[in-house]
Write a protein that binds this ligand. Structure first.
Ligand SMILES: [Fe+2]
Length: 400
């Protein structure tokens, strides 16, 4: 069967920003936010561009969880400036905003809804500008993916929508550890757990493929090795470099294989209780994996896949029974959570019990609306979701 695998061209390692010298293009439209400017990162980028004789214009009004109207403002500025390179410097929100600006610069009459899988016109793309994604965090993977998450105001509420087309994969990703080195400890942990969720969900997803299967074990190995080091010493450049590479590896893998239940629960929960994405997906991860491993039936592919993974990573012995070896994956996640003092249940996260009960049915219907759920190896019923959220609230192991 014909399949596909999409990836940007990637420059990585210390000093990777120097790759800008040889990327063709003179006029750069930079998309970023105020935090990146305050951290001095924007100046690092603009100094580098000046050194290589490139012009630039800066759009720095991106807000976290970007809204349609802000994206439109960026698009207008971009069209006025008429660049031949669009550069996103920042986290997931910045890169997602820039992707949409890129598409709308090419097709100025587009609305957000024109950016979808089924639009054939988008295959004829990137004629006006190439797109360079420079992530400042190590987790989202947006620098490698073909989707942008933007909120639209529909029926009096802000709804997050995923706007995706394979042509939206950035032309280049530049992974320079100088940027994530600036992340505070909590953000470092949260973003690493986001990358871990991308890896572990992608490995058992219905769209898993040999290319993503090859990248995921390495991404997991790097996160387990280097997160504890970055946790102890945020200035350790080697740890930052490898975590940055791991996040992109996981990004390319899940962009091609897809995430599912953990992300559906994380997105839904964040819509009702705004908490950082990585804190939520990292929290739900072990519960959902236990749920997948408990799937009824003769052959449970998640067990076979995680057993193989645990053995490959040296977490289990080659002659261990598959179920025992697969459970090692859950044990190792819990161990890592403990090591970096990660919040492991919703009660501990400070979610009020009454608020939780009151919103439970809304959370579940949001899960069913989230497109991420479609690739799950085990499809939760309404009752399953109720119990998954409730167990995650109480911090109880999944026994169903
Ligand atoms: Fe994520």
């Amino acid at each position: 069967m014909m399949w596909h695998f999409f990836s940007p061209k990637i420059f990585y390692g210390e000093g990777a920003l120097a790759a800008l010298e040889n990327i063709i293009g003179k006029k750069c439209f930079i998309v970023t936010d105020n935090v990146i400017e305050e951290l001095g990162f924007l100046k690092i980028l603009t100094d580098t561009l000046m050194k290589y004789g490139k012009e630039f214009s800066v759009f720095k009004d991106v807000i976290p969880d970007p809204h349609e109207e802000d994206v439109m403002k960026g698009k207008d500025d971009c069209i006025k400036y008429a660049p031949d390179l669009i550069i996103a410097l920042g986290g997931g929100s910045v890169m997602d905003t820039a992707k949409v600006i890129w598409a709308m610069y090419e097709y100025p009459n587009y609305t957000l809804d024109d950016i979808n899988f089924n639009n054939p016109e988008l295959f004829n793309f990137a004629n006006k500008a190439k797109f360079i994604a420079i992530p400042s965090t190590s987790g989202t993977g947006s620098e490698t993916t073909w989707a942008a998450i933007i909120s639209q105001y529909i029926n009096n509420v802000w709804r997050k929508g995923s706007f995706a087309h394979e042509s939206l994969v950035p032309t280049y990703a530049i992974l320079d550890p100088i940027f994530p080195k600036g992340m505070p400890q909590k953000l470092t942990i949260d973003t690493a757990f986001d990358a871990l969720a991308h890896s572990l969900e992608g490995y058992i997803s219905a769209w898993r493929n040999e290319f993503s299967n090859a990248l995921i074990p390495k991404a997991i190995e790097l996160i387990f090795k280097y997160l504890p080091i970055a946790f102890e010493d945020g200035n350790n450049i080697e740890a930052r470099d490898y975590l940055h590479q791991a996040a992109s590896m996981a990004g390319i893998a899940f962009s091609n294989s897809q995430v599912h239940i953990v992300h559906a629960m994380g997105h839904s929960f964040a819509a009702v209780f705004p908490k950082p994405h990585g804190s939520l997906v990292g929290l739900f991860l072990p519960y959902v994996l236990q749920y997948c491993l408990n799937a009824p039936g003769e052959t449970n592919e998640s067990i076979l896949l995680y057993s193989g993974l645990a053995k490959k990573l040296g977490w289990a012995n080659w002659d261990d029974m598959d179920k025992k070896a697969a459970n090692k994956v859950v044990e190792k996640i819990k161990e890592l959570q403990k090591m970096v003092k990660f919040t492991t249940n919703l009660k501990e996260m400070g979610i009020n019990g009454d608020d939780f009960e009151k919103n439970l049915s809304a959370l579940i219907s949001l899960c069913f609306q989230d497109p991420s759920g479609a690739m799950a190896p085990r499809s939760p019923t309404k009752d399953d979701f109720t119990r998954l959220f409730t167990y995650a609230y109480e911090g109880k192991d999944i026994d169903f």
